[in-house]
Design a protein around this ligand. Structure first.
Ligand SMILES: C[S@@+](CC[C@H](N)C(=O)[O-])C[C@H]1O[C@@H](n2cnc3c(N)ncnc32)[C@H](O)[C@@H]1O
Length: 271
């Protein structure tokens, strides 16, 4: 199995998060996303672990500002992970409430540790495809770098629409397949063991737009973020894991326009 899958040590998403992602690539215990360097200093030289964490926090800052989180917002985050983003948003934007959902009991446990000083943040075990909340419970739904794992994003978007109140906003970010994906599916499958294993899905960004519309969302906006993500991510991964090649595959796929990192926003109509 390991040989067939390029030595990737996990066979599914649940197992991966039961064990936890490597501290070297995701330092500081609070975030597990690729981060964005938009508006940050891209200076030469080594990327420190603190700078890497700042890029991850920065992704949450942008998602929060673009969805308009304020002190009136009831926010739900799907795929809350270790909870660093939840803590950052509560400290910075003081929303009316914050609820984090994750399907991994281990991740919820890690988030409880990270968020010890934030007992007001609700942490709930639940699956993106079946959100354990009443209809129209929230004003903003965020999902940061989690949808690439969901086996059926349509279920998630339908559920997201349901739990948002009229006029509510959704913000999703992750890596998705781009315009040249179709011709390169085989290359991607051969190159990314996580695709072979059904861990990462590389959904076409156009399909996400289509599914948002089918779920009832309007005013969808897609923002390309790759120029602020890939090169810095790969530089950092090379610093901490000099012998790996997985992160180079992301650069190759991005340069060939097979994939990119996107931020996607949409709204539930007011009535
Ligand atoms: C890459 S991590 C991102 C965590 C966090 N958003 C961050 O940026 O640090 C993805 C998270 O999504 C969760 N996840 C994966 N599939 C899920 C599902 N079907 N429902 C809910 N959470 C899921 C994982 O357990 C993991 O905590």
């Amino acid at each position: 199995m390991l040989q067939e899958t390029g030595g990737f040590p996990f066979s599914n998403v649940a197992e991966m998060y039961r064990t936890g992602l490597p501290q070297s690539i995701f330092p500081g215990n609070a975030f597990t996303n690729y981060g964005t360097w938009r508006d940050l200093d891209f200076s030469e030289g080594e990327i420190t672990p603190d700078a890497r964490i700042e890029s991850q926090r920065n992704l949450y800052r942008i998602m929060s500002q673009e969805t308009g989180i304020s002190n009136r917002s009831r926010v739900v985050e799907v795929g809350v992970g270790r909870g660093g983003g939840a803590g950052f948003i509560v400290d910075r934007f003081d929303p009316r409430s914050y609820t984090g959902v994750d399907f991994s009991a281990a991740q919820i446990q890690r988030a409880k540790t990270v968020l010890q000083k934030h007992p007001e943040i609700a942490l709930v075990l639940g699956d993106a495809g079946y959100l354990p909340f009443h209809t129209a419970s929230f004003d903003i739904l965020l999902s940061v770098e989690a949808i690439q794992y969901f086996p059926d994003p349509k279920d998630f978007l339908r559920e997201g629409y349901r739990v948002l109140s009229p006029g509510g906003k959704i913000g999703i970010c992750a890596f998705f397949a781009d315009e040249h994906m179709e011709q390169n599916v085989q290359w991607l499958k051969e190159t990314f063991p996580t695709i072979q294993l059904g861990i990462d899905h590389f959904y076409p960004v156009g399909d996400i737009e289509k599914w948002l519309k089918e779920s009832g969302f309007i005013n969808t906006r897609v923002q390309r973020e790759g120029e602020y993500v890939w090169e810095q991510l790969v530089k950092f991964v090379h610093q901490v894991e000099p012998n790996q090649s997985w992160s180079d595959n992301f650069i190759t796929a991005w340069q060939r326009k097979m994939i990119d990192y996107f931020l996607i926003f949409a709204e539930k109509p007011k009535k």
